[in-house]
Design a protein around this ligand. Structure first.
Ligand SMILES: *Cc1c(COP(=O)(O)O)cnc(C)c1O
Length: 370
């Protein structure tokens, strides 16, 4: 079959990455690139500079590294490269992505302490303070910004303030929030911030990226527990060889990401994007509440990224039936991911607008089978 035209997507992805991307982002992938050509490497360098500029007004102390793979690979690269053998990592968790950091640390045999706040409570800075007071061996603190499991936004400013007061290295998994929620990494003194191509920057999957304080990153030399996920080595190669990746890079994905960054600028930057996402989320929740659904989280801890809703109170409701009907209407949603309640999730990031949220609520209302 010969494809000569960009086909329309049969549905809108209301999942928190991969998400619905623009036609421009998809079209950017329609040519092949050589990985050692100057034009391609200049593009990589431009992406790295643009990412650093997103770290806040005072970004001079920051650098960025791109890493092949999905977001988890970049988290693993940071954990495996930043914490030295004699270091100790404190992980704050309240969901699957915090737990994934714990899993990574255990596989890599990193000395680890975990504070688990449960599935529906935010991380509590007071608890962090207490633990740091009691355990001076801790060298690094890791926290998830938007816990995509539930849609919870954790108070990273307060967490960071305490971690820094104790002189700890701060690692933030801002995978699902970076680019969609304003984060001043420099002001918060975040040492390593991790995100990926297919979340709020609205690119396609294939690589992750790390914003790092250059001084902290330099300390990672020789510490990595993995060859391909060696953060320092990847950075050094990009710095020394003008944007060259150590091993084959996802060229089409990188080109699409560059286009996505231009589109983010056209939209008005992160602030404007956050406003759109907040409006999407509010339109969704207002509409869903009007037709009888309830959210898992209170508004105070809810992110503008993804929302968990309780199942309707009816034995006839099945997620599968709900999912299939909505797919036929042109919307793909996400199952829940917590043990304590039956929920489903609806993401509102990507090439998605308030009118799409309105159409979704109408489709849900029309397709009641429970
Ligand atoms: C998406 C996401 C990740 C990475 O998941 P991948 O499946 O590896 O892309 C990590 N943390 C959070 C909070 C996420 O939302």
């Amino acid at each position: 079959m010969k494809i000569t035209q960009l086909p329309d997507n049969p549905y809108l992805l209301l999942t928190p990455g991969p998400l619905s991307t623009s036609k421009g982002v998809k079209a950017a992938m329609l040519r092949d690139w050589c990985t050692w050509d100057d034009e391609y490497n200049d593009l990589v360098q431009e992406i790295r500079r643009k990412l650093v500029r997103l770290a806040g007004n005072n970004h001079d102390d920051y650098t960025s590294v791109l890493m092949q793979g999905s977001g988890t690979f970049s988290v693993e690269a940071v954990i495996g490269s930043a914490v030295p053998d004699d270091g100790k990592l404190l992980i704050l968790t309240n969901g699957a992505y915090g737990n994934r950091i714990v899993q990574i640390a255990r596989v890599l045999k990193v000395n680890t302490l975990v504070i688990d706040f449960g599935e529906v409570s935010q991380t509590q800075p007071e608890k962090l303070q207490e633990v740091l007071e009691g355990d001076p061996e801790i060298t690094h603190v890791a926290v998830v910004h938007c816990e995509t499991t539930t849609g919870m936004l954790n108070p990273i400013a307060e967490v960071g303030k305490i971690a820094k007061a104790f002189g700890k290295v701060l690692i933030v998994d801002a995978m699902s929030s970076f680019g969609g929620v304003e984060i001043d990494a420099a002001e918060l003194e975040i040492d390593f911030l991790i995100s990926s191509a297919n979340k709020c920057i609205q690119g396609v999957p294939g690589f992750g990226f790390i914003l790092a304080k250059t001084e902290e990153l330099k300390k990672c030399k020789g510490r990595a527990r993995s060859l391909s996920l060696d953060l320092y080595d990847q950075w050094e190669t990009m710095e020394t060889y003008n944007g060259k990746w150590r091993y084959t890079s996802p060229t089409h994905v990188v080109r699409a990401f560059y286009q996505a960054m231009l589109e983010l600028e056209e939209e008005g930057g992160v602030k404007a994007r956050e406003i759109r996402y907040r409006e999407n989320q509010r339109t969704l929740v207002d509409g869903m509440e009007q037709i009888g659904f309830r959210t898992l989280l209170p508004r105070s801890s809810q992110s503008p990224i993804i929302t968990s809703f309780y199942y309707p109170e009816s034995a006839a409701f099945t997620f599968h039936g709900f999912y299939e009907r909505l797919k036929k209407e042109g919307f793909v949603i996400y199952p829940g991911k917590i043990s304590l309640a039956d929920t489903f999730r609806i993401g509102n990031i990507g090439e998605v607008y308030p009118h799409d949220m309105k159409r979704l609520v109408e489709a849900i209302d029309k397709n009641r089978f429970w």
